[in-house]
Write a new protein. Structure first.
Length: 236
């Protein structure tokens, strides 16, 4: 049973003071609004929530992909979920448990739009490897790293998401179709607010546009080469 991403939600007295404290430990703001008395702070893979005046106790928080399945399993195991929200609907839902020592656990499944917003906040939003023989490279990384492949249908062929802990980590793609002009290397995709403005800066600062923008509105990307010759993708 995959419980999803884990964080600790802290009930703080002064959110500004708490923010300053955790910034000294290397945490930076990931999400939230200090004027509304909540912030999500991140240091690498470690995430904490700061919440002023919203609850009394610190909470162990999980963000599952399928909270309804976890809720069902909890009941079947004899646990007693509380504060169940949107059990029968779709998208976002939540429920709480209390462990034998009185520690509260929150299972909070976000809706798809919120997850897209968080994805856009990341500097590196995705990594792909595009090669002529995707199957053999897929099998190589499955054996060497332990990633498990998941098929991603594209037109009349299949690319692959490589999974770890039931989460997509990177992509392995065929060098054909929409990917035929992508260099065969691990390609990081960096999020930018305005793709056209960023590409203009690339040219002004002696970089190159290797692949012109493609994709639908709101999810366009282009591939660039920086002045040192390193290649990456910019995604809007």
């Amino acid at each position: 049973m995959k419980l999803g991403n884990f964080s600790v939600s802290l009930a703080v007295k002064d959110i500004a003071a708490s923010k300053a404290f955790y910034e000294k430990l290397g945490f930076t703001k990931y999400d939230g609004d200090e004027s509304q008395n909540w912030l999500i702070m991140q240091n690498g893979a470690i995430i904490i929530g700061l919440f002023q005046g919203m609850f009394e106790d610190n909470i162990l928080t999980f963000n599952p992909m399928d909270g309804r399945a976890i809720l069902k399993n909890a009941r079947e195991a004899g646990l007693e979920p509380m504060q169940v929200q949107n059990e029968e609907g779709e998208g976002a839902m939540s429920f709480a448990l209390v462990d034998p020592d009185g520690n509260p656990l929150l299972f909070d499944q976000h809706d798809a739009e919120y997850m897209k917003k968080l994805q856009k906040k990341k500097q590196i939003i995705w990594t792909d490897l595009t090669v002529p023989d995707a199957e053999s490279v897929r099998d190589f990384y499955q054996a060497v790293v332990g990633w498990k492949p998941e098929d991603v249908p594209v037109e009349d062929y299949v690319d692959f998401n490589m999974m770890a802990n039931n989460q997509p980590i990177v992509g392995v793609c065929h060098k054909q179709g929409i990917n035929k002009d992508i260099p065969s290397q691990w390609m990081n995709y960096f999020s930018v607010e305005d793709l056209d403005a960023s590409l203009k800066k690339v040219v002004e600062l002696n970089g190159k546009v290797v692949k012109e923008p493609s994709g639908d509105a709101g999810s366009r990307y282009a591939i660039i080469e920086d002045p040192s010759g390193a290649v990456c993708a910019l995604s809007e």
